[in-house]
Ligand binder design. Structure first.
Ligand SMILES: [Fe+2]
Ligand SMILES: [Fe+2]
Length: 193
């Protein structure tokens, strides 16, 4: 499906605030794709569609999960805020003809994952550092992302852990694993100097 059609459906399906956020993610994803040599058109499509399932009523979300045999892990089951990643991935394959790779970036946009592709990293970051976001850590990550995606991701994941602690939310193991991976890689780089 063409970008314009996806944007139209996103506008109809989302609140104004979330639609503006999605436009911001699409724009930032294109900026990052340009810097790092990824497909800009694909980045834009994934960006506008990434939160397409975020505002589904809980009952509808659960129905969708059942109907499509979507497997939510133990932590996801306890945190409804995480459901829209896997549901959104299925929806975009079903409605927007997204490829598996594109949908995978939507699966990974919330918690991150140690096996993220370049596109996954771009979408993960664009979601947090798009221009409507004003959290101090996100503003810092916005600058860092221009030269170092992994370092920017580490800033975001540290912020995610802090957020979960203050909200008494469960911290997804994907977040911890990804932080540890980047910290260890940085350590190796330091040792090689
Ligand atoms: Fe999201
Ligand atoms: Fe988002």
């Amino acid at each position: 499906m063409k970008y314009g059609e996806i944007e139209k459906i996103a506008k109809e399906s989302l609140s104004e605030k979330r639609f503006l956020h999605s436009l911001g993610v699409a724009k930032k994803a294109v900026e990052l794709a340009k810097i790092y040599g990824e497909d800009e058109e694909k980045a834009k499509k994934i960006g506008i569609a990434h939160d397409i399932a975020k505002e589904l009523p809980k009952e509808d979300a659960l129905d969708y999960v059942k109907k499509h045999n979507i497997i939510l892990d133990d932590i996801e089951q306890q945190e409804p805020g995480l459901w829209h990643s896997k549901i959104g991935a299925y929806m975009t394959m079903e409605k927007f003809d997204f490829t598996k790779d594109m949908a995978q970036s939507i699966v990974n946009h919330t918690t991150g994952n140690i096996n993220m592709t370049l596109m996954d990293k771009i979408i993960f970051l664009a979601d947090k550092i798009e221009d409507n976001r004003s959290t101090e850590a996100y503003i810092k990550a916005r600058e860092v992302a221009k030269t170092d995606l992994d370092e920017a991701i580490l800033i975001i994941e540290k912020e995610a852990v802090k957020y979960c602690l203050t909200k008494n939310s469960l911290i997804h193991t994907n977040t911890i694993e990804l932080m540890n991976k980047i910290i260890l890689e940085n350590r190796h780089k330091e040792n090689e100097k």
